[in-house]
Design a protein around this ligand. Structure first.
Ligand SMILES: NC(=O)c1ccc[n+]([C@@H]2O[C@H](COP(=O)([O-])OP(=O)(O)OC[C@H]3O[C@@H](n4cnc5c(N)ncnc54)[C@H](OP(=O)(O)O)[C@@H]3O)[C@@H](O)[C@H]2O)c1
Length: 245
């Protein structure tokens, strides 16, 4: 069994976070679960406690930036912080309505940076810690079907790369996670493609837990998304703009 550590999961009611939490609990780690839906959070915490886990719950809406100082105060002693929360906005609604686009950028990028900025400083001061941030392959190249979400995730990936670079000498590690398609409530409305392109959350959770323990820098999960994105990133713009991706 790995050394027992205190792990905080932001957006702990997400399907992906729950799959990771179960794995971390099975490894004997203590968990601090942070989410906005108190009822859902309580039910999930009870489920983990039945499995023998030590669990603390904090209720928070991450869009409330003015609460971030006090939230970070409550989780800054954790060894590792995993950031899972996010929204998948309707692309055409974002094109027609600035408020929708703004909300998507706020939740998926601004609020995450607000939390990570504060956590990074605390972890840097004490000289250790692991920040695991869930971005997306959608951030690797803008596509017409979801470029507002992709913009937020792409900016988040660049932020994480800079943070990793800054904190490398202080003993603090940053893992950027770039999943492909996962079958979760976030994608419930989308037409599912057959496996292996679509996977369940536990498949991705397994990769995340392993990569976090190995202090990997960037994780594409499942692994083949790295190859797919390598190809997509190298399609020349004159051809790419004619594609319907
Ligand atoms: N599913 C995919 O195909 C896929 C692919 C690549 C990356 N990702 C990323 O993976 C992460 C996990 O997503 P998922 O697939 O597990 O989706 P999910 O089950 O729908 O989880 C999203 C979570 O984010 C929470 N959330 C959203 N806005 C919040 C806010 N302002 N304050 C607090 N909580 C908030 C939701 O809380 P409520 O339950 O209260 O609504 C929910 O728990 C996300 O960052 C997503 O962008 C997903």
């Amino acid at each position: 069994m790995a050394d027992q550590q205190q792990m905080a999961l932001l957006g702990a009611t997400s399907a992906l976070a729950q799959a990771v939490a179960r794995r971390l609990a099975d490894e004997g780690h203590s968990l601090t679960l942070v989410a906005r839906n108190e009822e859902k959070l309580g039910q999930f915490a009870d489920d983990l406690r039945v499995r023998g886990a030590s669990v603390t719950c904090i209720t928070a809406d991450f869009d409330a930036l003015d609460t971030h100082d006090s939230l970070v105060e409550q989780i800054a002693d954790c060894d590792e912080v995993f950031c899972f929360y996010g929204t998948l906005p309707d692309q055409s609604a974002c094109e027609q309505n600035w408020t929708d686009a703004h909300n998507a950028l706020q939740t998926n990028f601004i609020s995450v940076v607000s939390l990570l900025n504060r956590l990074a400083n605390r972890f840097e001061q004490r000289g250790h810690g692991n920040l695991v941030v869930v971005s997306s392959v959608a951030g690797d190249r803008g596509r017409k079907s979801n470029y507002i979400y992709g913009t937020a995730k792409g900016a988040l990936s660049i932020y994480c790369a800079g943070l990793r670079n800054r904190l490398a000498s202080s003993g603090v590690h940053v893992l950027t996670v770039k999943p492909g398609f996962i079958d979760t409530p976030m994608t419930a409305h989308l037409e599912k493609k057959p496996a292996p392109l679509w996977v369940g959350p536990d498949r991705v959770a397994k990769d995340i837990v392993k990569a976090a323990a190995a202090r990997k820098n960037v994780l594409y999960t499942p692994w083949f998304w790295q190859l797919i994105l390598l190809i997509i990133q190298h399609i020349p713009e004159p051809i790419f703009k004619k594609l319907s991706l």
